[in-house]
Design a protein around this ligand. Structure first.
Ligand SMILES: *[C@@H]1O[C@H](CO)[C@@H](O)[C@H](O)[C@H]1NC(C)=O
Ligand SMILES: *[C@@H]1O[C@H](CO)[C@@H](O)[C@H](O)[C@H]1NC(C)=O
Ligand SMILES: *[C@@H]1O[C@H](CO)[C@@H](O)[C@H](O)[C@H]1NC(C)=O
Length: 280
């Protein structure tokens, strides 16, 4: 039974990635993004269709979107650093520039071989501590994989390739705060004590990013409701919740690959956070 379920998941990933290959993203980095720090540790290659961010003991590097977005389907391809990258964090995230910020994170924790851990987090009004971690079912240092975030008025969905791994619903009506501020897309390679001690003899560590096309509602006037318009496909009804196929692969991933969930960390949260009490 179980092997059929796993087979189903992989067949689904396979079919989806075949679709992804057909659509070539030919957008140059500078069309939608700019470098923000560690500029001498960033290298644009393949006619600006790919960027390499390096970290050594002098610096890491980062970039961000030129625009602020109010709703979107964000996607990028990442190949994370190889070697023993313990202590190195490779990120891709959304963050509002305001104080009491909103933020939605993908963070790869460096390691020497499997398990490869992907940490996800979500902040509302400056409060995070909503980590969920996954053991990836592939080697993210070998090839590019897609990491995506759907964000509309109803749900935020984290996807790895085409597989939904985490859903955060808009339960504002039940007293759960939901990211609502315009956000930049950001990415970086940096060091963190949290992820272990870095062996600098192996530096530089290099992460690669591709796919700079952005499907988003750009906000110049901070007027977010216009981004809920149905002229944006990611706001359409079929994206208000997972479809049955997505629901199935979501369950498999949660059962097999979720390694940490703040919702069930009783030592940190003796009382379950409100969003965890509601049946997602
Ligand atoms: C992609 O971009 C390159 C360089 O900007 C250009 O030469 C090429 O024709 C483009 N390919 C497609 C399929 O648009
Ligand atoms: C969340 O849902 C409520 C309706 O329940 C809606 O009024 C609000 O705009 C939504 N918030 C966001 C940020 O989309
Ligand atoms: C990776 O490097 C860190 C930092 O030097 C070290 O503590 C760890 O043991 C190394 N891991 C392996 C598997 O070599």
């Amino acid at each position: 039974m179980e092997s059929w379920v796993v087979f189903g998941l992989f067949a689904f990933v396979l079919v989806s990635s075949v679709n992804a290959i057909v659509r070539v993203d030919n957008t140059s980095f500078y069309e939608n993004y700019r470098l923000t720090w560690g500029i001498d540790h960033a290298l644009l290659v393949k006619q600006d269709k790919e960027i390499q961010l390096s970290i050594d003991k002098y610096s890491g590097a980062g970039f961000e979107s030129k625009a602020l977005y109010g709703s979107r389907f964000f996607h990028i391809k990442i190949k994370v650093p190889d070697k023993n990258s313990s202590g190195v964090i490779t990120t891709f995230y959304l963050r509002s520039p305001s104080t009491h910020h909103d933020e939605i994170d993908f963070e790869f924790l460096g390691n020497n071989g499997p398990p490869y851990t992907l940490n996800t987090n979500l902040y509302t009004n400056g409060k995070g501590e909503r980590e969920q971690q996954f053991r990836l079912w592939f080697n993210p240092t070998k090839h590019f994989h897609s990491y995506k975030l759907l964000w509309n008025q109803y749900q935020i969905v984290f996807l790895v390739d085409e597989v939904p791994i985490r859903v955060f619903k808009n339960n504002t009506e039940k007293g759960v705060s939901y990211p609502s501020k315009p956000m930049n897309i950001m990415a970086s390679v940096w060091e963190s004590q949290w992820a272990g001690k870095i062996d600098w003899r192996q530096a530089p560590f290099q992460a690669h990013y591709q796919g700079f096309h952005v499907d988003g509602c750009i906000l110049n006037d901070l007027h977010i409701p216009k981004c809920y318009s149905s002229k944006y496909w990611w706001n359409h009804m079929e994206n208000w919740k997972l479809n049955p196929t997505q629901q199935r692969s979501y369950k498999i991933v949660r059962n097999k690959y979720l390694t940490y969930d703040y919702c069930s960390d009783r030592s940190r949260y003796p009382k379950r956070p409100p969003e965890c009490q509601i049946n997602q």
